[in-house]
Design a protein around this ligand. Structure first.
Ligand SMILES: Nc1ncnc2c1ncn2[C@@H]1O[C@H](COP(=O)(O)OP(=O)(O)OP(=O)(O)O)[C@@H](O)[C@H]1O
Length: 300
């Protein structure tokens, strides 16, 4: 069954002087889903979030949340946000901040529960300004979720977190989704999108380049990687039909190609002593690079 739409952007254009930050961007938010918006620096991810939150208005096109303008109070009360620029009063304690944010919502969590979900229960009596960058990020997450919102916007939530803190935030996001909250997440970390998202939208130059499940995005530019121990000349192999790239790492040859079978036959024919053969599928990272590089080539 198709998931219920919670709103989104329709053909939104947003310019800042000569910069076209969004160039006809369309995206839909769906209930019960983690949507990851992926893109390089300046792709338009934060601008898209600003339109969805009503913090900035489109030049043309439409933004809608829960059937309303994103600026309508009834829409804003169903949303939680963790933005890159937080603007949080520095001298308040974590408890005060969560308590204050809870007061904006009709049916918020208990302060202690929100703190526990965000992993900041041990920090409740500390002043925000005295926390580390990673601890502040987790407090921002607590503020995003404490109102029990239906939809949470997380703009690069794990930037600056160490591996443990990132993993624990991933667990908290999964728990949130299990409890019925929908999430829009922007990230530069492909493994984050792969680990959390049901659906990915790749944005570049303010437009959608690709959309699908992590697996669909990866398979759009599916490639295989062959690794083997071989003394074959890397430049000769790189020139074979069907080989996209060949590099040497010490004794190991690494080849990227679309269809590995023909290349494997040719490798085995050319080198009797070839050993340590491995063939693997490339992942989301390569797919993302291939998509954004193709686009750059087309637009330059
Ligand atoms: N307030 C603003 N004034 C002028 N230009 C802006 C403003 N906000 C964004 N831009 C420009 O719009 C484009 C998109 O920026 P945006 O912040 O949406 O990108 P992003 O994908 O979120 O990037 P990052 O990953 O670096 O956060 C960039 O070229 C940026 O310089």
């Amino acid at each position: 069954m198709a998931r219920q739409s919670l709103g989104g952007l329709e053909n939104v254009v947003k310019t800042y002087g000569k910069i076209r930050a969004l160039d006809g961007l369309t995206l839909e938010l769906r209930a019960g889903e983690v949507l990851a918006v992926l893109g390089a620096n300046g792709a338009g991810k934060s601008t898209a979030i600003a339109q969805l939150l009503g913090l900035s208005l489109p030049d043309s096109g439409r933004a809608e949340l829960f059937g309303e303008s994103p600026q309508a109070l009834v829409a804003r009360r169903q949303v939680g946000v963790m933005l890159q620029s937080a603007g949080i009063p520095p001298t308040n304690t974590v408890r005060e901040l969560i308590h204050l944010t809870c007061s904006y919502y009709a049916d918020p969590l208990e302060v202690d529960e929100a703190a526990r979900m965000a992993g900041v229960d041990a920090l409740l009596n500390r002043r925000y300004a005295a926390l580390s960058g990673g601890q502040q990020r987790r407090v921002q997450f607590a503020l995003a979720i404490c109102g029990r919102p239906k939809l949470v916007f997380l703009d690069e939530p794990t930037t600056g977190l160490d591996i443990d803190a990132r993993q624990s935030l991933w667990r908290a996001i999964r728990q949130l989704v299990d409890n019925g909250t929908s999430v829009l997440l922007t990230t530069h970390y492909l493994e984050e999108a792969e680990a959390l998202a049901n659906r990915i939208v790749v944005v570049d130059h303010g437009k959608v380049l690709a959309e699908g499940t992590p697996r669909e995005i990866a398979s759009r530019v599916a490639r295989s990687r062959i690794r083997c121990l071989s003394a074959l000349d890397v430049e000769t192999v790189a020139a074979w039909a069907g080989v996209e790239s060949a590099v040497r790492e010490g004794a190991r040859l690494q080849i990227v190609c679309e269809t590995p079978e023909a290349i494997l036959r040719r490798l085995l024919d050319a080198d009797d002593a070839l050993s340590g053969l491995e063939v693997s599928a490339t992942g989301l990272a390569e797919a993302f690079l291939a998509l954004t590089q193709n686009d750059t080539e087309e637009t330059t």
